[in-house]
Ligand binder design. Sequence first.
Ligand code: PGA
Length: 248
Amino acid sequence: MKKKYIAGNWKMNLKRAEAVELAKSIKTALKDGKNKYMLAPSFTLIQDVAEVLKGSNILLGAQNMCAEETGAFTGEVSPLQLRDLGVQVVILGHSERRHIFKESNELINTKVNLALKHGFEVILCVGELLEEREAGKAEAVCEEQIRRGLAAVSSKDMERLTIAYEPVWAIGTGKTATPEDADEIHASIRLVLKELYGEEIAQNTCIQYGGSMKPANAADLLAKENIDGGLIGGASLNAETFAPIANF
Ligand code: PGA
């Protein structure tokens, strides 16, 4: 079976001492883990968490990144600053960035290309709102976010690109897409990737599911053919809930 990619998105949670404790417990719990792992703490926690994760089998991630390298961008964090901290992976286009902070497909695409230029792995998040799902537009919304998010991304760079399908109505709500529903969207995402990059890249690209993934539903979701991993919010804030998913 293909290695799964299990990533924790800690969002705007934890202070430094708590983050260090959590990173240590997760590191211990996953030390013999067979899958690919990543943790994305808040910017202010990255340096401390980097110390804990150094030399481990867990990649260090960031939850966002500025679309510019340097200059007058108050409140932003540049890819150069993230490199300097040892960050390896950047999550881009998360629905909370799209919907609360109004990030457009164009802005996200600029960030994706800049992150790849600086050698990061990227997790590009896509997903539909509840009303879009109810209107039968889930696949179309994801397709547009992927086509526009990946504009100008080369086949070569797709090796460092993961897609996370995160239906917005499932994030942090306790509602999870059924494994069948999620797998159907994942299959449609793979089809879009095939049109853009051909069969081999489409098959090799990791497509994670995100949205209330927890120990109780992870095994069923991850057993699906097109679900290659998980991007986990709430359940990544505790080693007892993250480890059983990560050790799938
Ligand atoms: P959740 O968040 O697991 O808390 O639903 C997932 C995400 O937003 O990445």
